[in-house]
Design a protein around this ligand. Structure first.
Ligand code: SF4
Ligand code: SF4
Length: 395
């Protein structure tokens, strides 16, 4: 109780604009965005009204001070649902100016950049906007179109869906495997450094299982009460959760389609084109439809989102990623529809250009959110199984 009284007194002084207690000697200094999260969390730690909303608040109550690693961890545990902003009696115009989602979003963007691999590529997060995404996709498609035109295969006549008559299988597998492999490596190296800094403890099987369930079911996008997030106003909606699910499972179905086709090719010696009723085509079609509905919905939510709920400087990055997902599914479904026509060559280079741009920008765009958030969820599920030395929270 004495600790809570002390927290309330401290929150009051923080609300008057005082900075949090100085960072302990030997601890890395906080940036301006991290300092703001630390200030806000100390106010929240005295208030605790939002304790049931998501994992951020119970994780917060396990701490009395917020160093750099704590702030980065909690910022990535937040999924920007906006609920705590709409519920907060200390939100602007109150003098405490508490805006958790916005402060967390700014730190998340900085985290991606700070942990980027190679480090020099960290600044790409700031430049990876809608214009760059579309220009990259168009440039790659144009390059592939010119290359195929030089070989006379851009308009080769009806090839009955035989893509490999235009791009040999091994050439496609080599090109896309290399770019995707680099994306996996870059994201893996970045999240490895993040993981080391947040000092997660030992990952047990139950912790990993619950973290996987939280990530796959998007548990915390229900707002803690089952009614969902806040988007543009005080109303709750499950739209964000549903569109994320369409996007994620659409992406996974497309990935499964490619994996099955690879197995068919190398293990079963069954070569494309595959029938419309075959497993790779069915999985790819369902995935493509999911990747149309999900990103279209997320774009709609992004366009009408309340500006106070996030970092508007990151909107170009969000929209660039959403646009590439939408174009990937749209060009993929168009290719399926036109695969038996004379337009197949052109449709193929358009689709490949967009997919290549998507893969190339994966490690330096919004996709990083899914990776860092999953790591933060795993840390939370490890941490909550450990004794809480403060005994101040509901958990
Ligand atoms: S966001 Fe506001 S209402 Fe929620 S815990 Fe923090 S200070 Fe309290
Ligand atoms: S915005 Fe949502 S997820 Fe983030 S801290 Fe607030 S309630 Fe939790």
């Amino acid at each position: 109780m004495q600790q809570l009284d002390a927290l309330i007194r401290e929150a009051s002084s923080l609300g008057q604009g005082e900075l949090p207690a100085a960072v302990k000697p030997g601890q890395p200094a906080l940036s301006a965005n991290e300092t703001e999260v630390s200030r806000i969390l100390q106010i929240c730690n005295a208030c605790r009204y939002c304790e049931g909303f998501c994992a951020v608040f119970p994780a917060m109550t396990r701490r009395l001070e917020f160093g750099k690693a704590d702030v980065n961890y909690l910022a990535n545990l937040c999924h920007n649902c906006g609920a705590c902003y709409h519920a907060c009696q200390y939100a602007p115009p109150h003098e405490f100016a508490v805006n958790v989602p916005q402060a967390m979003a700014k730190v998340r963007g900085q985290t991606y950049s700070d942990y980027a691999w190679p480090p020099a590529f960290g600044r790409l997060y700031k430049n990876n906007g809608l214009t760059v995404a579309l220009a990259l996709a168009a440039t790659l498609a144009l390059f592939l179109a010119l290359a195929t035109a030089m070989h006379g295969t851009l308009f080769p006549g009806a090839l009955a869906g035989n893509f490999y008559a235009i791009f040999p299988h091994n050439l496609m597998a080599g090109m896309f495997g290399a770019v995707f492999g680099f994306a996996v490596l870059a994201l893996g190296m970045g999240v490895r450094r993040f993981w080391r800094d947040v000092k997660p403890g030992t990952a047990t099987a139950p912790a990993m299982g619950e973290a996987a369930r939280n990530a796959l079911a998007l548990t915390y996008l229900d707002g803690g009460h089952g009614e969902g997030c806040n988007e543009s106003d005080d109303r709750f909606t499950l739209a964000r959760r549903r569109f994320h699910h369409f996007t994620f499972y659409g992406f996974m179905l497309c990935f499964a389609s490619t994996s099955v086709a690879t197995l068919y090719h190398y293990v079963g010696a069954l070569h494309a084109p595959y029938a419309l009723t075959s497993l790779p085509v069915v999985l790819g079609t369902l995935g493509g439809i999911g990747l149309l509905i999900g990103p279209a919905g997320l774009l709609w939510l992004n366009l009408k989102r309340h500006p106070q709920q996030g970092d508007i400087a990151q909107r170009p990055m969000d929209r660039g990623f959403i646009a590439l997902l939408l174009l990937t599914s749209a060009t993929g479904l168009a290719l399926l529809a036109g695969r038996d026509s004379g337009w197949m060559g052109l449709l193929l280079v358009l689709h490949l250009g967009v997919v290549m741009a998507l893969f190339a920008t994966l490690p330096y765009g919004k996709f990083a959110h899914g990776i860092y958030r999953s790591a933060a969820l795993l840390k939370w599920n490890i941490e909550k199984r450990q004794p809480n030395r403060l005994q101040l929270g509901a958990d």
